[in-house]
Write a new protein. Structure first.
Length: 485
C-alpha cells in the first residue's frame, strides 16, 4: 500500500517518532547552564550597604541579575518546592533538607523522586495521598512525602491490613478505576462490579458535561459528577477548587489545553519538532497521540505501533528497539543490533533528515476512496466473499485478502505510516502477516520516500520487486524453513 498516517515517527537527523506515539532519537539542543533570577523563583534587588536581601529572603547564587544586582529568593519552604514535615528534626528517608527554607514547625524537605509510593509505604488500604497540603485531616498520621507526588501520605490511625474502619466508624469502600488508552479514568466500579461513576473528556482533558449527547439519561448510570474522585485526565489528580490537574512539575488546565506555567527551558525541546518550542502547550498539541506523565517530557501513547515495528526485526534484535528519555527511539541502542537488512533499513530511517511518523488506527481516509477499514481474510474467507459478489474463484489460486497498512508521503520530509490497531477483522491476522506488512510500509515505501527514490507500486517494476524481497526476508523471521542465508 501507499504510505499512510503516523504510528511512530521516524526522522533522520531529527530522529524517528511514533505518532501514537514514540519518537526515534535525534539531535537536541543542549541545556544552558545559567538561569536568570526569575527562572529560579527570585527577584533582582539592588545591592545595599549591608548586602542583605529583604526579610524572609535569602541570596540565591544560582540566579543571575543584570548589572551588579543580587538575586533574592524566598525562604518559604512552599516557594522553594519543598514540603514541611511537621514535628521532625530530620527529613524522612528518600528526601533531603532544603537549607535556608522555613517551616512553622519541623523541617523543610524535598519531595522524593525515589523510595516507596504512598501505598507501598503504608502497606494497607485506606490511606490518603495529598499532593497539595503538608498536613493530614483529623484521624490520620502524616507519614511524609512520597515519590508518587504526595506532599502528605496520610495513614488512618490504627490502620491494619485490608479495609480499615474510618474515624466515623464506617468501613472504607474498595473501588476500582478503569482507564482508557491515555490513562484517563473513564469509569469507577465497586466490589460487586456495579458502576459508581463515569467520565468522558474532550481531547485536551476538560470533562464533558452530563447534559451533552444524553449523558444525563437515567438509562446510562454514573455520569453525575463524582466529587470524591481525584484521578481524572490521564490519571492525574484534579483539584476540586481550581479544576487544574496536577502533573508533578506543574499544573495543567484542560479547559485551555495549556499548562499554567512554562516548561523548563530546553527540558524537552527539539530542533526538528516546532511544537516542542511552545513551553505552555500540552503533548505537542496532539493529546490523542501523546501523553506527558510528569509535565516535563512527552511520551508515546501508542504502544501497539511500537510492537508492530519491533515485530519486523529478528527476535534477538527486538530488545534494542527502545525509547530514550526524550521519547525518541534510541538510535544508540538500535546500533547494537545485528546487520539484518530490516535493522539497517530502520537505522537509515532513524538517521535520515525526514520526520517519519508511525501510528495505529482502525481505518484510514484516502482521497477519492473515503474511509477504508483495515481488514484481513483467510484464503477460504476471501473465496466466500467473492462468491457473495457473484464471482466464482478457484480456491487453489486465491490467497489471503488483506488491507494492512498505508503510507502518506506527499512531503518526503514528513512521511506518515499507519498500521492496524488490531481491532476488527485485522485482529485475526497472524503475527507473521502483521510483521510483513509493517516492513512493507516502513522499508518498502517510507524508506524509499525519504531517500528521494520511487516509492509507489509500479506493476511489477523495481519498487514492487524490492517490496517482494522485503516481505520474503520478514516472513523468513517467522518460518525456519524459509530463512534466507
Amino acid at each position: 500500500m501507499r504510505p499512510s498516517t503516523p504510528s511512530f515517527l521516524v526522522r533522520s537527523s531529527m530522529g524517528v517518532a511514533l505518532a501514537g506515539l514514540f519518537l526515534l532519537a535525534g539531535p537536541r539542543v543542549q541545556a544552558q547552564t545559567s538561569q536568570t533570577c526569575e527562572e529560579v523563583g527570585g527577584t533582582c534587588r539592588p545591592i545595599t550597604q549591608a548586602g542583605l536581601c529583604e526579610s524572609g529572603e535569602r541570596i540565591d547564587h544560582s540566579g543571575t541579575c543584570s548589572s551588579n544586582d543580587k538575586c533574592c529568593a524566598s525562604t518559604s519552604c512552599e516557594d522553594r518546592a519543598g514540603a514541611c514535615q511537621p514535628g521532625v528534626s530530620a527529613c524522612s528517608v528518600g528526601t533531603s533538607a532544603l537549607g535556608n527554607a522555613t517551616c512553622s514547625s519541623g523541617k523543610c524537605c524535598t519531595v522524593p523522586t525515589d523510595g516507596p509510593t504512598c501505598g507501598e509505604l503504608l502497606g494497607h488500604a485506606g490511606g490518603q495521598c495529598s499532593p497539595y497540603s503538608d498536613s493530614c485531616p483529623a484521624g490520620y498520621t502524616n507519614r511524609g512525602p512520597t515519590k508518587d507526588g504526595c506532599l502528605s501520605c496520610c495513614d488512618p490511625v490504627g490502620a491494619g491490613p485490608g479495609p480499615t474502619p474510618s474515624p466515623g466508624g464506617s468501613e472504607y469502600k474498595v473501588e476500582f478505576l478503569h482507564t482508557d488508552a491515555l490513562g484517563s479514568v473513564r469509569m469507577v466500579t465497586d466490589q460487586a462490579g456495579a458502576v459508581v461513576s463515569r467520565a468522558d473528556y474532550y481531547p485536551f482533558g476538560a470533562q464533558i458535561g452530563t447534559n451533552v449527547n444524553g449523558r444525563g439519561d437515567a438509562s446510562i448510570p454514573g455520569y453525575a459528577k463524582d466529587p470524591s474522585l481525584r484521578q481524572r485526565f490521564t490519571g492525574k489528580e484534579r483539584d476540586g477548587e481550581s479544576q487544574l490537574d496536577y502533573f508533578g512539575a506543574r499544573y495543567y488546565s484542560g479547559a485551555q489545553g495549556r499548562f499554567t506555567t512554562p516548561d523548563a527551558p530546553f527540558a524537552d525541546q527539539h530542533l526538528g519538532d516546532p511544537q516542542s518550542w511552545n513551553l505552555f502547550s500540552y503533548a505537542r498539541n496532539n493529546p490523542l497521540k501523546f501523553v506527558d506523565a510528569t509535565g516535563r517530557k512527552v511520551r508515546v501513547a501508542d504502544a501497539i505501533a511500537l510492537e508492530h515495528v519491533r515485530s519486523t526485526l529478528p527476535k534477538n534484535d527486538r530488545q534494542f528497539l527502545r525509547l530514550g528519555e526524550n521519547g525518541f527511539v534510541d538510535g544508540g541502542a538500535l546500533a547494537k543490533a545485528s546487520k539484518h537488512a530490516n535493522v539497517t533499513d530502520l537505522i537509515d530511517l532513524v538517521n535520515s533528515d525526514s520526520l517519519v511518523s508511525v501510528r495505529t488506527a482502525a481505518k484510514v481516509n484516502l482521497k477519492g476512496f473515503g474511509e477504508l477499514e483495515f481488514s484481513y481474510e483467510t484464503a477460504e474467507e476471501a473465496v466466500a466473499t467473492l462468491k457473495k459478489h457473484g464471482i466464482d474463484a478457484d480456491p487453489n489460486t486465491v490467497t489471503q485478502n488483506a488491507f494492512s497498512g498505508y503510507t502518506f508521503g506527499d512531503d518526503p520530509k514528513n512521511v506518515e505510516v499507519v498500521l492496524p490497531d488490531n481491532t476488527g477483522t485485522a485482529a485475526k491476522a497472524p503475527i507473521s502477516h502483521r510483521a510483513t506488512y509493517a516492513a512493507h510500509e516502513l522499508f518498502g515505501h517510507a524508506a524509499r520516500r525519504v531517500k528521494g527514490q520511487p516509492w509507489l507500486h509500479d506493476d511489477g517494476g523495481p519498487v514492487d520487486q524490492d517490496i517482494i524481497k522485503i516481505e520474503d526476508r520478514t516472513k523468513a523471521l517467522y518460518d525456519e524453513s524459509r530463512k534466507i542465508k
